[in-house]
Design a protein around this ligand. Sequence first.
Ligand code: FDA
Length: 503
Amino acid sequence: DAVDTAPAIVVGSGYGGAVAALRLGQAGIRTLVLEMGRLWNTPGPDGNVFCSTRTPDQRSMWFRTRTEAPLGTFLWLDVVNRDISRYPGVLDRVHFAQMSVYVGRGVGGGSLVNGSMAVTPPRAYFAEQFPTVDADEMYGTYFPRARTALGVNTVDPAWFESTDWYRFTRVSRAHAENAGLRTTFVPSVYDFGHMRREAAGTAPKSALAGEVIYGNNHGKRSLDKTYLAAALGTGKVTVHTLEKVRAISRAPDGTYVLTADRIDATGRVVETKEYGCTYLFLGGGSLGTTELLLRARETGTLPDLAPSVGTGWGPNGNVMLGRANHLWDTVGANQSTMPVMGIDDWANTANPVFAEIAPLPTGLEHWVSLYLAITKNPERAAFSYDTGSGELRLGWTAAHSAVSAAMARKLFDRINAANSTIYRYDLFGSPSKVFADDFTYHPLGGCVLGKATDDYGRVKGYSRLYVTDGSLVPGSLGVNPFVTITALAERTMARVLAEDTAP
Ligand code: FDA
């Protein structure tokens, strides 16, 4: 049957996709967004859109029969995970040989499941990672533009100091200071006004009810409430959900042809569709975009893609770990799920680490201080395409991860020594696993800016084909990535709309 055509198609509706969709719509260009996940706007039987983290159901994870939470055990017990039925749930854990990657699925991508931390990287490290990008323009124009559109806000320091809900953060801050380390507040896209009303009992609880990785029912300014709502408001943007793009090729007239599988709630392919467009924007995230381009190169549908497509990948040096506090040093049963502080030792050139103080909201006192450390791991890996299975392979190894773990250990050995504390051995499934370095929340790279693309995200070898997402970032950023991904996408869209789409 007839091919559905639109002047512009955007694949994926995370940060990169959402920015592209809004700016195209505002420019008056009819745009179709194809998203493999569902739209999260309909309450389930419990009256909530998202399920709770404490009793997860089918809405929690992407086509699983059991949940796979990052922190698998507690006091050695598998009390965290639950059997669920297969469904297009909101959080996916993509398993590669020696690294697994958490990603959000749905209209809004990672914004639906992430911790809301909206961090702008230190300028010197941004400049080191993006030597060809004008840092003045980024810090003067695109970072501020991104923060405004994302709705970034900061916790009121006086409330932070007084509320039970951030006692765990204050305890970790004190322990860091005992080791002579600096801490810093971290901005957020979670509405702190709402959070304070949650604490006061005048608004429904979300961050204060343990909600985060399986979605927040209230308070969070996810992309469906910011960029994507504005994109739909232009009247030029349409979103198709539960449609996964699997192939890209080019027609003789230079337009792009996409093949997409539409799935139902059981994951069955109910229709295979063909789409055509003049301008194609890839916002499938580091994994999604790299998979599409690598497959296109390796199967010969876009043979002129650069050899560097599929290279330059890293997990942003992510390591999760827990410390065991003294019995008198309680972290509190009440913990907000939205982190607001990090230990900033990035300037320590011998061992740069930025460690966010993470919650462990079990509803009980557990004496655990939890952290997600971002380390300056210099290792990078490449993806390869398995022609037999049609799947992506990732060359990241346990030895690569060990570099991150060693850096985290150096920092936290110092903190333990200064406080006479030890690590927790019961959190990651096996007593030998103190540093969870085998998963990441921050997949970065695969189509690196200036390598697989030009300096603005235009894919090398093809015209009117763009990458706007985390695959542009060369494997490490030093901070949580979504503000940077958003700002780089703003920069790409400004350039593309000025230069490439003029009639
Ligand atoms: P993103 O992954 O957001 O979006 C890609 C979208 O494309 C997805 O919706 C996907 O379903 C879709 N897609 C992919 N392939 C497709 C295909 N072939 N066809 C159709 N659709 C396709 N960052 C941060 O800055 N602060 C934080 O606090 C956190 N915390 C955090 C917690 C957790 C649990 C996770 C998983 C992640 C974070 N992050 C984070 C990371 C952050 O969410 C992440 O860096 C961004 O979402 C990446 O944005 P992208 O635009 O690159 O892709």
